[in-house]
Design a protein around this ligand. Sequence first.
Ligand SMILES: O=P(O)(O)OC[C@H]1O[C@](O)(COP(=O)(O)O)[C@@H](O)[C@@H]1O
Ligand SMILES: [Mg+2]
Ligand SMILES: [Mg+2]
Length: 334
Amino acid sequence: MSHTNQTLGEFIIENQSSFKYTSGELSRLINSIRLAAKVVNHEVNKAGLVDIIGAVGDTNIQGEDQQKLDVYANEKFIQTMTKRNIVCGIASEEEDDFVAINSQDENNQNKYIVLIDPLDGSSNIDVNVSVGTIFSVYRRVTPVGTPVTIEDFLQKGSQQVAAGYVIYGTSTMLVYTTGDGVNGFTLNPAIGSFYLSHPNMQFPEDGKIYSVNEGNYIHFPKGIKDYIKYCQKEEGDRPYTSRYIGSLVSDFHRNMIKGGIYMYPKSSKKMNGKLRLLYECNPMAFLAEQANGKASDGFTRIMDIEPTELHERVPFICGSKNMVEKAEEFMRNA
Ligand SMILES: O=P(O)(O)OC[C@H]1O[C@](O)(COP(=O)(O)O)[C@@H](O)[C@@H]1O
Ligand SMILES: [Mg+2]
Ligand SMILES: [Mg+2]
């Protein structure tokens, strides 16, 4: 049966099966992310109609022009999680330092912290190409009721308790894991509910799509150049197809559905690549592994990397397991 003639009850299970192994507090946290996603989605969908696209004039700590939607999304996600009193700290791509949320209050028993890329794919905002939001959730390591410290945020990706993304594309989806597989929920804007449209999402072990900004090719390490040439060679099931949307969330989402590999390698211009470990690579790596995929920096599992600073960047290779392992083989043999 198509979705349209299913009774609503059969699909609106956003509050049920996805939380079967999730604590009440974590469920409330994900609920607040869902609410903020609906608010941001509303703005993304009319970005062309109101004065909300185009750079806000400031630059963030990354030195990148802050697009208005980046700032708007950042405010909405932080506001929603603060107002609903469910986290004790938030770090964001758009905030120089982490934001403590009443964590010094002895009565604040909240134990979760969130790291977020409020608007991923910023370069696509004013050209009407899909963008996303990425989030990563940990339990704090410092005692409840004391102020959060940087060590609450500098935890290995393997310590995440939840991670996910919102993709504002041809439809708006919330895709996340709490450590028990990956589920995808599609927003029905008519009633403002997310439907479980993609249960138990899995990366195909193989794929025929490679996703990398080949404009940087001459600056890539030899191993990456060799792997790209391997993808392009007429042999067996190759050449593969090159697809690069310029939004990590969109390229990742397509690869998880169709099979593929996404790479943002280091280069002579960007010695650690471009993507940030804490709120882009770790959450996407958690999702990838929960969906039978793989994520590394070419040598080390992303979720084993010990973070040293809030906005640190790492080279990132992620997607179908066999494709990532082939790229790692070229990196090792270079
Ligand atoms: O334009 P480039 O250098 O290829 O980078 C594109 C990549 O940069 C990003 O836009 C970085 O994310 P932000 O937009 O959140 O800064 C990724 O989403 C995307 O995959
Ligand atoms: Mg991003
Ligand atoms: Mg961003």
